[in-house]
Design a protein around this ligand. Structure first.
Ligand code: AMP
Ligand code: MN
Ligand code: MN
Ligand code: MN
Length: 281
């Protein structure tokens, strides 16, 4: 069975609506897909309905990717198998939406210093009803010829030390894990290798995550060296965490696709080992 447990729709900063995403997952031979939009569950209902209406051979996992603040850094925690309508989760989603909106306004004000005017309104229009992410701001800047591509926007404007950067204002890791648990889900530390931390700091982060009662960490991503995957697997084993895998799909590129190159190295306990769907498969 092919599991892809991290993906985005246009309910956050993905490019596909959730009906198109689930159809694409089937075309990519994914059996189990988690939709994990940034701080929102709004893509889930249409995905579920599409699978039912069209009898698609796909099992949908209700998920979310929560932004948290740790040591003044943005750290992402994925919740899997959540009840999307749990009251505590609804409250946190509302709080995060306000924080996202305030942050987007602040980023926009800062970008004005670089003579980039109207980023907030532009990004808000692109996001439609979705919470505004830096990806929306970056897309607006590319479309308005302030940069050639998103990578350049991030590099020159939206990362720490650059004009448009705003430090994280999110909830704590502990709070995110608690809310995911109250919603009946499992908490997964997302893409631990992508925070530009040294090994010493990754281990600190893992200690904090384990102390907060986190359940699992992502080990496998499509674009990754076998060496990195093995290293992450060894960390998961030594910290007693379950292993997860996901493409973090936002849109298809020549190097990234749903379900591609996802497997866990030997010795990891898969997060899905005790899920009903895994037993059935
Ligand atoms: P935010 O949650 O608002 O901080 O936005 C982060 C999102 O921006 C991530 O989930 C990615 O989708 C996107 N992103 C982050 N870094 C880059 C980058 N270097 N190039 C393109 N997109 C990026
Ligand atoms: Mn994103
Ligand atoms: Mn992320
Ligand atoms: Mn993601």
């Amino acid at each position: 069975m092919l599991f892809d447990l991290h993906s985005h729709t246009s309910a956050s900063d993905g490019h596909l609506t959730s009906d198109l995403l689930v159809k694409r997952a089937v075309a990519c031979r994914v059996d189990v897909l988690a939709i994990t939009d940034h701080d929102t569950i709004d893509g889930l209902a249409l995905a579920k309905q599409t699978i039912e209406n069209e009898s698609l051979p796909l099992h949908l996992i209700y998920g979310i990717e929560l932004s948290t603040k740790w040591e003044n850094k943005d750290i992402h925690i994925v919740g899997l198998n959540i009840d999307p309508y749990c009251d505590d989760l609804t409250l946190l989603i509302q709080e995060q939406a306000l924080r996202r909106d305030e942050r987007a306004q602040l980023m926009s004000q800062r970008l004005e210093k670089a003579n980039i005017i109207g980023a907030y309104c532009g990004a808000k229009a692109l996001a439609a009803n979705a919470p505004i992410t830096r990806a929306h701001i970056a897309r607006w800047m590319v479309e308005n010829h302030y940069a050639n591509d998103m990578q350049n926007v991030f590099k020159n404007y939206l990362t720490r030390g650059k004009t448009g950067y705003v430090p994280p204002n999110w909830c704590s890791i502990e709070h995110a894990v608690n809310v995911i648990h109250r919603a009946g889900g499992q908490a997964v530390l997302a893409h631990p290798a992508s925070y530009q931390l040294t090994m010493k700091w990754i281990k600190r982060l893992l200690h904090c995550f384990v102390d907060a009662k986190g359940d699992a960490m992502e080990i496998a991503q499509p674009q990754q060296s076998p060496n990195e995957r093995r290293q992450l697997a060894d960390l998961a084993i030594s910290f007693g965490l379950l292993g997860s895998q996901g493409s973090d799909f936002h849109y298809a590129t020549s190097w990234l696709e749903l379900g591609r190159n996802l497997y866990l190295p030997k010795g990891c306990l898969e997060i899905w080992h005790d899920w009903e769907i895994a037993k059935r498969g």
